[in-house]
Design a protein around this ligand. Sequence first.
Ligand code: HEM
Length: 354
Amino acid sequence: MSRNDVHSTIRERPNRVVLRRHADVVAAAHDPETFSAAVSQHLQIPNGLDGAPHAAARRFIDPFFTDHELDGYMPGFERIAEDLVASLASSDSFDAVADLGARFAVRAQSHWLGWTARLEDTLLEWVADNRAATRSGDKTRTTEVAARFDGIIRALLAERRAEPHDDLTTRLTVLTKSDGTLLTDPELVSILRNWTGGDLSSIALCAGVVVAGLMAAPQLAARVRAASDAEVDAIVDELLRRDDPFVSNRRRATRDTSVGGCPIAAGQVVVLDWREANTDPEVFGSEFDAAAHADDNLVYGTGPHVCPGRPLAARELRVLVRAVLAAGDLEPAGDPVREEPPVAGYRTVPVRIR
Ligand code: HEM
């Protein structure tokens, strides 16, 4: 994933301390004074900020994710999901990650931000290249992929400045900060990069995990068909907890400290491994239990950097799951292929709808 993306999927590397216990990950996420989010030298809004500047950025960002803001997009999300599923249901088989998840994520996100459908193939190509670059661990490739995405966003901002639309991207270009100034281009690019990277790559991987989970448990699929919105969201969250495609985020120690007896030196990078923490046997039983595990579920993080995009992601996943299950029963159409570290989830999940 891109070097500046909050939705990083980087796993263990030498000279890093990786926190895997649920209690350790939660404690570190809630202690930004010891575990700073300022890990990269690049501008990262809000994920690379600490303290007051971080809180100010969240006051600016969080209002875009309220029920009031998001409810209006739901009919569009539903139409996009139904049309996509209708086109896939008639085919002999499709891939729940690329054909369903990634394509839905691109269309839903474009609907939300007011981006043109012309960009669909460019964005899909970017999602695939981004995942391949992350998988390769090759810095030159990840830097190139990140720069390409910045270019796409900059071009869109320039278009909206030249010709304002009634959409969210235009709203961002005219929004003022608390000091009365407009957001600068690097600030806007950083914000949009985190929104879009999160949406596109994470939703595609989440779709793979959720579809594979429902295919393996037809009784659960039947429960989802009859469930309320809140119940669908809880079941999706629990499926994602058990096989979290969103691996980790990083912090930097601001002082010498230790976790669980492991010394950590000031300046050292500390990895919060959400995926491991989310299956810590000290906290979670092995059974599927959405209600019992909800409070400890770390799929969307915890602490000051907890995911602001959760209400949007949950809505998109809910709409997608409902559309797929409304079309018929899910059947495997081949063997699924797992992603390789540092990416998690599935590379492909072949499905047929009967
Ligand atoms: C699809 C599923 C998603 C998952 C599993 C997910 C997960 C996470 C997690 C674990 C964090 C915490 C990072 C940390 O503590 O360092 C986070 C932060 C963040 N997420 Fe998401 N996210 C998702 C979707 C989204 C969407 C759709 C958006 C926006 C459109 C978004 C925007 C952000 C931003 C801006 C942050 C940084 C918050 C901060 O630093 O204060 N995410 N996300």
